[in-house]
Design a protein around this ligand. Sequence first.
Ligand SMILES: Nc1ncnc2c1ncn2[C@@H]1O[C@H](COP(=O)(O)OP(=O)(O)OP(=O)(O)O)[C@@H](O)[C@H]1O
Ligand SMILES: [Mg+2]
Length: 463
Amino acid sequence: MLFDHELTPRQIVEELDKYIIGQEDAKKAVAIALRNRSRRQKLPLEMRDEVAPKNILMIGPTGVGKTEIARRLARLANAPFLKVEASKYTEVGYVGRDVESMIRDLADLSVNMLRSNYSESVKEKAGLIVEERLLDILVPPLTKRTRAKKQEIAKTTEGSALKAQAGEDILARTREKFRKNLRQRKLEDKIISIEVQNRAFPMVEIFSPISFEEMDINFKEMFGGLLPKKTKERKVTVSEAREIMMEEESEKLVDIDKVVFEALEKVENSGIVFLDEIDKIVGSDSKTGPDISREGVQRDILPIVEGSTVATKYGMVRTDHILFIAAGAFHSSKPSDLIPELQGRFPIRVELKSLGKDDFAKILVEPQNALIKQYTLLLGTEGIKLNFTDSAIDEIASLACLVNEQNENIGVRRLHTIMERLLNDVSFRASELSGKEIKIDPEYVREQLADIVENRDLSKYIL
Ligand SMILES: Nc1ncnc2c1ncn2[C@@H]1O[C@H](COP(=O)(O)OP(=O)(O)OP(=O)(O)O)[C@@H](O)[C@H]1O
Ligand SMILES: [Mg+2]
């Protein structure tokens, strides 16, 4: 895995190029933002706190890669990444305070991310412990008492000492035999009974003015420790038992305090929040009655973006160095309609362009997760060899553009609907076509799609 500090902005862009076609400015901007963070980490402590991240505002129509760029960037940086729709905070039922929930969610995400990393690293150790536990169930060892009893008998009866020893040897050998079978996964379906911890919380009704999200802060800690840990016997297969035990054992092996400490540090220093639909919280809509005004939401978001401390169930999180990437189409508003303080917090503006036919053609084949690759592999599992000619791809791209012009422009997402329709027939008859090579040429594309594209009413529903 590559890490951010090892990548130069140019390399970051190259990595993004593997998934996103075009949008060079946006890619450059996020690459610089990411690099700036690792630059900041190298500064002396006093200086480090002075350097605020340069938040980014992405402007562009729907389906041109805004979210995709941010998501890929986060993955590249191995950073905790949260996407939220800014407009959700204007919905009835939300109060201003809840804007902070984005930071709590980010913290959750980071803790889970690290927890699973650490669980992975103790997997081997946990596996060995689980194996012993399973063997104890399959070949129960002698309890101290029975062993003592046997030895007692052995003293009194002639020849029994030998027998007892032999008994122990047999037991040990049986255990090894079972161990071998366990490792070869020969006992997976055998039913055994195990003790599982019953962690169900008792149902409590909560009448409280604060939201559940906030209740969450200490709920588990408050009650979790107090409740008696009940165990319950369950009959499960060996393979289920292994899974349950693996979870239990890795939980014991992972130092949760360390996980939380590192996770919060990661949130504070490399967390990324993607604020989608920021344009939907522009302008006050006081005319529409009892409102949590949009501008109000902007004001709520402001302190978080500016840097404040948010209480999460794991502890306080400082938001000063979290990178915020806001995005919006800004069809009926402009970034300058945002409240000035918020504008100032998103100094880097990048515009994403609407994509045309040539871009579509590239998007169909070039990205590592390109649609054509996906369909070819999917149908490959049915023994079908799909073969797209270059001119067929051009044809698909131009039909997608056409439909985008005729109906609504949904950007690259149009390719998904078109491809699905194009291969509808093949997908359906896949098992009958097994072993065949199917050539997709412009004629085939037109045959499958032309009627629908030409019939506007129809295409509104189907494509
Ligand atoms: N430039 C591009 N190159 C490759 N794939 C793209 C590109 N733009 C979009 N896509 C694909 O199209 C889909 C939608 O893109 P994305 O989610 O980034 O849209 P968006 O710009 O965030 O739109 P919205 O404003 O609706 O949120 C994704 O599956 C993405 O992989
Ligand atoms: Mg998006």
